[in-house]
Ligand binder design. Structure first.
Ligand code: 0A1
Ligand code: ZN
Length: 867
């Protein structure tokens, strides 16, 4: 009997989905036709599914939903009512091998604050279906191993929604007599429901073309509000570069006649790779020199490329189940990193990526939310779009590429694309291709997919001067993580090289050592002088290295290493050792760091972007990660003291780097970006020195800048101190960019990141600002996310910040669980702090867990963080 009380209340004990429970779908859906009558408050969705029994069984058809009341259910054209709702699924027994199922529901995109399924953003109707949003649109087996071809017909009011887009190619369109119009799209490529998309809105388009290597002319379109059209050129150009790059580097050609991108202001993540119709958070599309920083420009190109690359690594080959998420995400991040590296300095790109890995993934792997790259279970899959799945996943691909070498790696990706095209595959399928085409045994390498935690490698170099021999002793340990203890050693590809301490010359070639046991010793011959070892060059394995290299050895490598990443790394290690000593002991000798920074600044052979990265001190959070108990105030003071001494000792050099005379009209070239990056780092050091004229200098840059990088760099420096210019700059910035949401996000974020003592109070005040809203994820992240990342402010004595964050998360959870859950991890770091802070953080987590009716998203993050 039909049960119309379909609205499923959240279960008291959330359901855990386990990888080991995977079973192939009982029914396939080769074809889907949707007829969507769009209306912000009452959209009618009629779905026609051609379903086919898969294998011999008598399982009913199970369709996922999200509580919508089915207004009609028909089987082979006949209305039926012998369906049931069980566990949120519509269950329908079917007699034959193939049937046509029709359903009809009504949904209200205007009331969809979760931004999953069909929702409204600034008057545009759009969809977000990954991972499980399609079930919020219609009843469907909403799992990635059900692949269907889609035909979509949309009808909407022509005046409000003149543009109607969906996946694939446009087929037909027309007007109705009642002021509505319709359009039909067809996507010939079978795809899982999470890649479905449609958009309706009043949009303007920046059109371009791309001719593929086989001569297919693809019409490209970047669709935005008319007012934003002038800021779409960079994204369009990046798309064309990405299309050419994927042909050249991976042999991948685009496969439809159109490729559209739509930008919307309200979006839970960065962007989405829906087949032929990518939907983007507008922050990853819109750029002009006045409103976007160089960081924004780079991120736009990277995200446009990432989503485009998913056309093959994600869409043509998708994931069998969500435990395989890294199959598409790790590989696609690896691909977008390669693309970005090829646009400018590969070394700087690698440094940025490793900095990001250490800022986000290492802490995740060391905390309560640690999970393997291929997780074993989840409550809410939305919580697994993590740095581990994406960035550590990319490191796994990188290690396999290193082990195979470029030619065999390309042969292996060719094999993968060829063999699994049109299917839903697994991480195991990918690794098997690497093995087969690479001619290697990756049996033990697979541990990287199943074991969480960042391996730690200890390295000691033993030199026997008389024998001309040196021995490097390596040992590894994979730390315990929640639910995983006593782990096996992993396979670590470590690029190594020795340098002579006297001559500075390399002693032999670089070696690739594959450490796969708990310990190993590597012997180097013809070591004619005292050697210094350059370890894990290019960050060839995503591990922590504990080495016995002295400050002098690190300073030596910072000058002489021929691997730019290793050179940067030596400098970072030197700084880190100094800062850890200063934090623990209250003071430290800054001389070695000052000398190394001076040498780096003076080296004319280094590009400015590299120099800017190399002279930046490690982040407070990363310093904290080295300590058994984090004392945020002591870390801040130690770091500030070193910044001040660097500022004073190298004052003339910093002033030279931010000299207004160096300014030239804005150009987005690697060289100009490097100059701007160093200029802003230098400005920060001048301010850190305490120089009386620093605020004036910063304000002058703020005023004179012809681009956002310099304006925002100056603002950040001003906001880090107290001066009349600080208040003036904030005010000017706010008024100048009133109405530009993306720039206002920067205004909120910069203040929330300020190290000043009154930041917690200011942040609480900003949450009451008329421009603040929890409804827009970018705005929520700009204030709440930035505050949670501000070590000094978030952990300020009293712990009021913890309560404030928990209050914000609970308020946000009622609107948008996915975004709320993403902002929780700072509270989960309680084990790393002193008992007073730890107790307060736990108390807030416990309060969240005990709050009635919280989402399963927030529940999972908070309850796991308490364990
Ligand atoms: N696949 C997208 C990420 C993404 C995941 C979930 C979303 O739901 C709101 C949105 C986007 C990517 O990797 O870019
Ligand atoms: Zn992705």
């Amino acid at each position: 009997m039909a049960d119309t009380r379909a609205t499923a209340a959240a279960p008291a004990t959330p359901v855990v989905t386990r990888r080991s429970d995977y079973a192939p779908p009982a029914w396939q859906v080769p074809q889907v036709a949707l007829d969507v009558a769009l209306d912000p408050l009452a959209t009618r969705v009629r779905a026609r599914l051609e379903v086919v029994r898969s294998g011999a069984h008598d399982e009913p058809l199970r369709l996922d939903g999200a509580g919508q009341v089915p207004l009609a259910v028909r089987v082979d054209g006949i209305a039926v009512d012998d369906w049931r709702i069980v566990g949120g699924q519509l269950v329908l027994a079917l007699p034959g091998e193939a049937h046509v199922i029709e359903t009809e529901v009504e949904i209200a995109p205007d009331r969809n604050t979760q931004l999953m399924g069909l929702y409204a953003s600034g008057g545009i109707l759009c969809t977000q279906c990954e991972a499980e949003g399609f079930r919020r649109i219609t009843w469907f087996p909403d799992r990635p191993d059900v692949l269907s071809t889609y035909r979509v017909r949309m009808t909407a009011d022509k005046a409000r929604f003149p543009v109607l887009l969906a996946n694939g190619d446009p087929v037909a369109a027309g007007d109705n007599a009642d002021g509505t119009h319709w359009a039909e799209w067809h996507d010939p490529y079978p795809k899982p429901s999470y890649l479905f998309a449609l958009v309706a809105g009043n949009l303007a388009v920046n059109r371009g073309t791309f001719t593929t290597r086989s001569g297919r002319v693809v019409d490209l379109g970047i669709w935005v509000r008319a007012a934003d059209l002038a800021r779409t050129g960079h994204a369009l150009h990046a798309l064309q570069l990405a299309m050419a790059w994927d042909e050249r580097v991976y042999g991948r050609e685009y496969d439809l006649d159109v490729f559209n991108i739509v930008a919307v202001d309200d979006f839970n993540f960065g962007a989405m790779e829906n087949k032929g119709l990518n939907i983007f958070n507008s922050r990853y599309i819109l750029a002009d020199p006045d409103t976007a920083t160089d960081w924004d420009y780079d991120a736009i190109a990277a995200v446009v490329a990432h989503e485009y690359f998913h056309n093959w690594s994600g869409n043509r080959i998708t994931c069998r189940d969500w435990f395989q998420l890294s199959l598409k995400e790790g590989f696609t991040v690896y691909r977008d990193q390669g693309f970005s590296a090829d646009q400018g300095s590969a070394a700087v790109k690698r440094i940025e990526d490793v900095r990001g890995l250490r800022a986000a993934q290492f802490p995740e792997d060391a905390g309560p939310l640690a999970h393997p790259v291929r997780p074993e279970s989840y409550i809410e899959i939305g919580n697994f779009y993590t740095a581990t799945i994406y960035n550590k996943g990319a490191e796994l691909i990188r290690m396999m590429a290193t082990i195979l070498g470029p030619e065999r790696f390309r042969a292996a990706t060719d094999l993968y694309f060829d063999r699994f095209d049109g299917t839903a595959a697994t991480c195991e399928d990918f690794v098997a291709c690497m093995e087969e085409a690479g001619g290697v045994d990756l049996t033990r390498f697979r541990l990287w997919y199943s074991q969480a935690g960042t391996p730690r490698v200890s390295a000691t170099l033993d030199h026997q001067p008389g024998s001309g021999r040196a021995t490097l002793h390596l040992a590894q340990k994979v730390p315990d993580t929640p639910g995983q203890t006593h782990k096996q050693p992993q396979v670590l590809p470590l690029r190594l090289r020795l340098f002579g301490a006297e001559t500075g010359r390399p002693l032999g070639d670089e070696r690739l050592v594959i450490l796969s046991d708990t310990a190993a010793s590597i012997t180097f011959e013809t070591v004619t002088e005292r050697p210094v070892v350059s370890l894990n060059r290019g960050f060839s394995a995503p591990v922590v290295i504990d080495s016995d290299r002295s400050a002098a050895d690190l300073a030596f490598l910072a000058r002489h290493d021929d691997d730019p990443f290793a050179r940067y790394e030596a400098m970072q290690q030197l700084m880190l050792d100094t800062l850890v000593a200063a934090t623990v002991e209250g003071e430290a000798d800054h001389a070695a760091v000052i000398a190394a920074v001076a040498d780096t600044l003076d080296d004319p052979t280094l590009d400015r972007a590299f120099v800017a990265e190399a002279v930046l001190l490690p982040a407070e959070s990363f310093i904290g990660d080295q300590l058994s108990t984090v004392d945020p105030e002591a870390i801040f003071q130690a770091r500030e003291a070193l910044r001040r001494d660097l500022g004073r000792a190298l004052d003339a050099r910093w002033r030279a780097a931010c000299d207004p005379a160096l300014r030239r009209p804005f150009a987005y070239t690697p060289e100009d970006k490097g100059i701007r990056r160093l200029r802003n780092v230098a400005l920060g050091y001048v301010a850190a020195s305490g120089a009386a004229d620093a605020p004036a200098l910063a304000y002058a840059q703020f005023e004179a800048a012809d681009n956002m990088t310099d304006r925002h760099g100056a603002l950040t420096t001003l906001v880090g101190g107290r001066s009349a210019q600080r208040d003036a700059a904030l005010d000017v910035f706010y008024h100048r960019y009133a109405g530009n949401a993306l720039v206002l996000d920067k205004w909120f974020q910069t203040q929330a990141l300020s190290p000043l003592e009154d930041t917690p109070a200011l942040v609480a005040e900003l949450a009451q600002h008329p421009d603040f809203t929890l409804a827009n994820p970018n705005r929520a992240r700009a204030l709440i996310g930035a505050f949670g990342a501000n070590q000094r402010a978030f952990h300020a004595d009293g712990g009021d910040g913890y309560r404030w964050l928990a209050d914000q998360l609970l308020a946000l959870d009622a609107l948008n669980p996915q975004t709320a859950a993403k902002l929780l991890p700072p509270l989960g770091r309680w084990r790393r702090f002193d008992p007073v802070r730890a107790d307060r953080m736990r108390a807030e987590l416990a309060r969240i867990v005990a709050t009635p009716d919280i989402s399963k998203d927030l529940f999972e993050q908070a309850s796991k963080s308490l364990e």
